[in-house]
Design a protein around this ligand. Structure first.
Ligand SMILES: Cc1cc2nc3c(=O)[nH]c(=O)nc-3n(C[C@H](O)[C@H](O)[C@H](O)COP(=O)(O)OP(=O)(O)OC[C@H]3O[C@@H](n4cnc5c(N)ncnc54)[C@H](O)[C@@H]3O)c2cc1C
Length: 176
């Protein structure tokens, strides 16, 4: 993906975070879910590696890093679904990238961010349903990763301000 604000050091940071999560988080998803808690030791390791709040000052355990750090068929019907989803995801990603660049330039993007929050989380829910659907009945089984993705995506339109609240902000800023 060609994101202007992502430099080589960001790519290295992203790759090492992905590797860390694959080794230190993914194998324990089920255990943590059963225990209904993520152990403190995981958060400590995450902090020690500099993955928590990397933009914070070093005195508070951060890296004083810049903003981009805080930021991944054989049937015709399946091919079409994948093509549709890839297109919509690309549109969403392009919008978010543009907003990150504007935010770095300190532009006032409250209205556009509210637009991105509701539209992209609604899209994520739609995509998660489609992805579960193409797996058939297996997609609903906990043994399949898509079941977790489907479940976890649902909350994104609620937290950090529900999508109705986002639409309220947009309407207000459009003087409606
Ligand atoms: C996993 C998780 C993590 C969270 N983390 C944080 C956190 O770190 N910090 C923090 O401050 N909060 C956090 N929250 C709280 C979160 O921000 C709220 O749940 C969210 O703002 C919705 O508020 P509410 O739950 O009170 O729902 P309500 O405000 O009661 O809304 C219920 C539903 O009604 C609808 N609705 C609400 N208002 C309107 C309206 N004006 N017009 C039309 N429909 C409306 C929406 O669909 C909404 O989903 C978290 C929540 C979850 C689930």
């Amino acid at each position: 993906m060609n994101q202007q604000y992502i430099k080589e050091e960001h790519q290295i940071f992203r790759a090492s975070l992905q590797k860390f999560l694959k080794q230190e988080a993914e194998p324990y998803f089920e255990t943590w879910e059963n225990q209904k808690t993520i152990p403190r030791s995981f958060w400590k390791k995450l902090g020690e590696q500099g993955f928590l709040c990397p933009w914070a000052e070093e005195i508070y355990g951060g890296l004083e890093a810049d903003f981009p750090y805080s930021v991944i068929s054989s049937f015709q019907n399946t091919q079409f679904k994948m093509a549709e989803m890839a297109t919509e995801i690309k549109i969403g990603r392009t919008f978010v990238d543009q907003l990150i660049e504007k935010h770095i330039e300190r532009a006032d993007i409250v209205t556009e961010v509210s637009m991105a929050k509701w539209w992209i989380t609604d899209l994520a829910k739609k995509v998660s349903v489609e992805c579960m659907q193409v797996h058939g009945g297996y997609g609903y089984m906990e043994e399949y990763e898509i079941a977790r993705r489907f479940r976890d995506t649902a909350v994104t339109s609620i937290y950090a301000g529900s999508n109705e609240i986002m639409k309220g902000i947009i309407a207000k800023n459009l003087n409606l």
